[in-house]
Design a protein around this ligand. Sequence first.
Ligand SMILES: [Zn+2]
Length: 496
Amino acid sequence: MTCQKCATRQILQENELICPKCNGIEFLPKDVALSVAQAQINWFDNGFKQVLGKFIKRRLLVWLFGYREKIASTFFTEKPSIELSKFIAVNLLIKRVMEDYDVDGDDEANEKNTPELIDLFAGFVRIAERKFLIEEDLGHYISKSSFDLKSIDKDRLMSNFSFRINEDYVPILESFEDNLIMNEDSAKAFFEVHKAEYERINKSKPVPTERTPEETIQILFPTLLAFYGALTKNKLYAETFNLQYLKDVKISPQFILSFIKKFGQQTGLMTQTNSHEFKRAVRVYFKELDKNIVYDNLVFSKDNKQVFPFFLNVDNHLLITHNFIRLMGLFYYPMYYDSEFKKEIDKHSMIFEKTMVPEKLREQGFTLIQNYTDKKQASLEIDNIAWKGNTLYVIETKVWDIKPYFEHRRIHYHRERDLKGVVDGKKYTYLKGSETVTDIVSLLDKIKHVQDNLSQICKDAKMITTIKGVVITKSHPTIQEYKEVKFIGFSHLNTL
Ligand SMILES: [Zn+2]
């Protein structure tokens, strides 16, 4: 909500929304903020080149692969959360180290300096992400003291600027929490509450070969949705984890997941093989695929740097990390089986509209008419009419799940427009990149219809003094109110 005094967009400071204007906080102009972020990125980049130059690359790559496997194993065995900035950092770092593979160094990677390096690189990723958020008008830089970007020294370049997100980013953060993509603390709390449920999911082994893609999508839907949303949340993530090239050569998640089973998994360790054995396994067990195509698209090496590092080959030591591959397989499901995934999303939308919302309303003591249709005008349908005491609500439901590029403002403009469209009677649909607008019965007309026909519709009509329109959304709505219609997220339904 904008500031009540001056209508300025608020910012998040120490977990509270405050008005920058009323508190005398001045942002750097957007173009200056972007230059600062770019200067910080350049500085990090240079520093990293020097640090990485000192390492023996082969050893470092093996350690990074091991660390990545540890993150994935923790996800499957301990708690269902992933620190996204570390997860992307380790993958970017693997690609980065391979770039400089031939730059010789003497330092050996070990269990101490590898995580330190990843932490440092995660800091770099966070600054790159800040730049996106500033570009998207979701974040701002504040300068602690005056500066000249040309002559500023390194320490001040890093310490002189603090970053704040604004209120528009808050619903995005909350939607991610709803979808299980969260920071360490909230993950722990969540895990305590849902422990039994998680253990059950965990025991139903992800993706055994006998399940069809439809069944897998059905069983693991929340996890798949969460991963997919997280690893495509902005341009940096979407590019890093882009697996479209695999889809183009018809390498499926099901193949990847059953392929790795041909190699034994040693708990907590990486499995080692070589390129000959790798190709032999494809040739023997997966006759429909070309072993060289599989190899060239999945095995990352000095001579094959453009692919995503699923498998690593250094000096003909080919490393297989089972849990990481399982995790990436899950992420790849919605991308590969996109129409099956869309069907499941639609199914969940129906459940939300027909079951979850009505149940919750009844729990709160409302009397309900579900799926009301006007006998004279069949196009006038109302998801729910609910009343309690002297107030009656005319309710529409709207599902808005996280989706790729969720952190990009374009997505949220669409979202806000779609929500207003419910009130105004406009429906926006996209087909193959082009958009059409259809006129539908507006929520305002539906409210009027209920007002005009109250005694026929509501058996407690005599008690009703107020009739209001409400839109209930699955994740957090981007606007709170429009033309006196309220927008309420499902988790806040008890405020009705
Ligand atoms: Zn203000």
